[in-house]
Design a protein around this ligand. Structure first.
Ligand code: PLP
Length: 453
């Protein structure tokens, strides 16, 4: 890959001079030669020197039908000919209404009301606030805590961080966060109750039940990433775990908040992860894939029962006093409508299931790799956990930057992926072709071998 043009050099210099990148040690960034992306075509992204890379992370879990999709491009252009933005504060707008109708149609049947925001963190923040305020207005002022799971990631605002559990994201902020309760997620490779599936009968759920039994009077909701914990490293829960969590939430009279920001819109093989186990959450948080990877937008769906608890006379002040400037943005809603329209037109869910089966087959040789401890997959979400010694599942030293090195190596071979620590993530767009999947998996395989063996 040549990255030598004067223009690229100038852009890199300016990037390093001004931009602070997310989740990034900027010293390391400043010593690197970053890629500067300028355009895209289908499943490829293209840098300023014309090098093409397969987008095997879906541009961080958002791209659905690939890049520069004619139908979505046109929907946005058409909307630009009408209006780019109008507020939902005191006004309605056409595309946000049409999108709300579509979302309620496809969401779990009990979810009939929808609140717009603009990113995953705020979608979760809204669910937390609605849940708490619901109980408050129900006269249950004591229900003000949340239960979440080990390894949970729900975003980077203070509320969403407070229900998060990934150390590097939240540890330093602990004194500023509200205190949540935690139960173990079903991380089978490193089982929290030291059993194995399926003989365990999902015994880790007992821990959740213990917490609920002791604290349900002070708990508003259980917050979960259904089926797959993304940021924890694509931890795939076994069948029945989600259903079990939903059953316990109901049994102990607390809300269930399903954070489907990452898994929603088809990633796990069903439109929503909750559909897989026929779970009906009280809140469903959606973002990332909603606009097909085009624009920021998020929604929090909830039930009629929750909605009604906020109705009353103005001066009772029972309304939900919350909102964001770009709430219900018409351009983003137009993109989302076009994105959803394509699911039907392109038979996207069939395609996801087929690609997931192909991917599973392609991943089988990974068990031969000396350092691939666990290879996890659900739909088109894959995590390959690299370990120093497979027999004892020991971790690599963070200073070795093994995951990072693997991803830098695949990049030199035309495939963009991102690690989470030493877990290698593969999450292709649904438009990925079989030949492209092969190229991605083969490149990742060879890079892991080159870097770790
Ligand atoms: C990415 C993510 C979020 C946060 O979304 P942002 O748009 O980055 O704020 C929340 N929950 C889950 C499960 C996510 O994967």
């Amino acid at each position: 890959m040549s990255r030598s043009s004067l223009r690229t050099k100038r852009l890199i210099e300016a990037d390093k001079k001004y931009i602070w990148h997310p989740f990034t040690q900027m010293k390391e960034w400043n010593e690197s030669t970053p890629l500067i992306i300028e355009s895209a075509e289908g499943n490829y992204i293209i840098d300023t020197d014309g090098n093409r890379y397969l987008d095997a992370t879906s541009s961080l879990w958002v791209t659905v039908h690939g890049h520069r999709v004619k139908e979505i491009d046109n929907a946005i252009k058409k909307q630009l000919g009408r209006i780019a933005h109008s507020t939902l504060l005191g006004l309605g707008n056409v595309t946000s209404i049409e999108l709300a109708e579509r979302l309620v149609e496809i969401a779990p049947k009990n979810l009939t009301r929808l609140f717009y925001s603009d990113n995953g963190s705020t979608a979760v923040e809204v669910a937390l606030k609605l849940s708490y305020q619901y109980w408050y207005q129900n006269g249950q002022h004591g229900k003000k805590r949340f239960i979440s799971f080990t390894g949970a990631y729900h975003g980077d605002t203070f509320g969403s961080m407070s229900v998060g559990e990934v150390g590097v994201f939240v540890d330093k902020f602990h004194p500023l966060l509200f205190k949540s309760l935690y139960a173990p997620y079903a991380y089978c490779y490193r089982c929290p109750v030291e059993k194995s599936y399926p003989t365990c009968k999902i015994a880790c759920l007992d821990k959740l039940e213990e917490v609920l039994k002791e604290h349900n009077n002070e708990v508003a909701a259980v917050v979960i990433e259904p089926l797959v914990q993304g940021a924890a490293g694509m931890i795939t829960a076994p069948d029945g775990f989600l259903k079990g969590v939903a059953r316990l939430a109901k049994k102990y009279g607390v809300h269930l908040i399903a954070d489907e920001v990452a898994v929603g819109f088809g990633r796990t093989g069903e439109m929503f992860a909750c559909d897989t186990e026929k779970v009906r959450p009280d809140f469903l948080c959606l973002a990332k894939g909603i606009t097909g990877g085009y624009m920021p937008m998020a929604v929090t769906l909830t039930t009629e029962k929750v909605y009604k608890k906020f109705l009353g006379r103005y001066e009772e002040f029972n309304a939900f006093f919350h909102g964001h400037t770009y709430t219900g943005n018409p351009l983003a809603a137009a993109a989302a409508l076009a994105n959803l329209g394509l699911f039907k037109k392109r038979n996207t869910m069939d395609r996801v299931k087929k690609s997931a089966a192909v991917l599973a087959k392609l991943l089988t040789p990974f068990s031969e790799l000396a350092h691939a401890g666990d290879v996890r997959q659900r739909g088109l979400m894959v995590g390959i956990e690299l370990v120093k010694d497979k027999s004892i599942k020991s971790q690599f030293d963070p200073a070795d930057r093994v995951g990072h090195k693997v991803c830098m190596d695949t990049r030199e071979h035309g495939v963009i992926i991102r690690p989470i620590g030493n877990t290698i993530i593969i999450m292709p767009p649904f438009s990925i072709k079989t030949a492209e999947l092969k190229k991605i998996v083969q490149t990742v395989f060879e890079s892991i071998k080159r870097i770790t063996e």
